[in-house]
Design a protein. Structure first.
Length: 245
């Protein structure tokens, strides 16, 4: 899977999220609540809330759930006071792993995540042990059948994208977080659909895994993503093609 690991790894994540849809509503609702608490209930000027609402729409979360989550965020309804944390560690094959958490009990969650790392061939480290290997970026993935390459490339770069490349049957666009909305608006203005439109942690380099380590890492990530308090899992892994499929 060399050369397009970001998209391969995102496909893995999307597939696993589909497999645990019963938890998706809870996770996205928490994100909406925290986004509204931090930046207000209007997505205009609150990019984090806008992205959370976009994710809710993509996952067909009922409008009443969305509105209830916003009301909790702005204090109109009572709700749990979630704390945002990032846990870092290493998985099988020396892969760097970052886990974004929302929890109302950090001691319980820390013990759970440490146990999952240990049980599945990894270990949880100190804060900062792997985060230096990642950068926060906007990422768009577009199927090549959606538009011709030159049009997408020029549109993205003129809107402020940092990089554009074609990887097999998709285009990948990366942006600085502050330029994400401008690029998104440019794509939407030309009715160019995206498979992925996220602000996420992207590794500077990736570790190529053999089949055995890939299987172990996949299991670790599955178990982390299945935890109620885990919002996102990032790693600098490059899965073998058969493992990704």
């Amino acid at each position: 899977m060399s050369g397009h690991s970001k998209w391969a790894n995102i496909k893995h994540k999307k597939g696993k999220m589909d497999a645990i849809r019963g938890k998706v509503t809870t996770k996205i609702s928490r994100e909406i609540t925290v986004a509204a608490r931090m930046g207000g209930g209007d997505p205009t000027g609150n990019m984090r809330l806008k992205l959370a609402l976009q994710k809710a729409k993509e996952n067909n979360i009922p409008k009443e759930n969305v509105q209830r989550a916003i009301q909790k965020g702005i204090g109109a309804l009572e709700g749990s006071n979630y704390e945002e944390l990032v846990y870092e560690g290493y998985g099988p094959g020396g892969v760097a792993v970052m886990v974004e958490i929302m929890t109302d009990n950090r001691n319980r969650t820390a013990a759970d995540i440490r146990h999952l790392f240990s049980k599945h061939g990894g270990n949880m480290g100190e804060s900062g042990c792997v985060s230096w290997m990642f950068k926060k970026k906007g990422l768009f993935v577009i199927e090549e059948t959606a538009c011709d390459e030159e049009t997408v490339m020029m549109l993205a770069l003129e809107a402020g994208a940092e990089d554009f490349k074609k990887e097999e049957d998709v285009y990948e666009i990366t942006t600085a977080p502050e330029d994400f909305e401008a690029v998104q608006n440019a794509l939407e203005g030309q009715n160019i659909p995206t498979i992925v439109a996220q602000i996420r942690m992207i590794p500077d380099t990736t570790v190529e895994l053999g089949d055995d380590d890939a299987a172990k890492l996949t299991r670790l990530i599955d178990m982390l993503e299945d935890h109620d308090d885990v919002q996102e899992v990032y790693g600098n892994f490059d899965l073998p093609e058969e493992e990704d499929e």
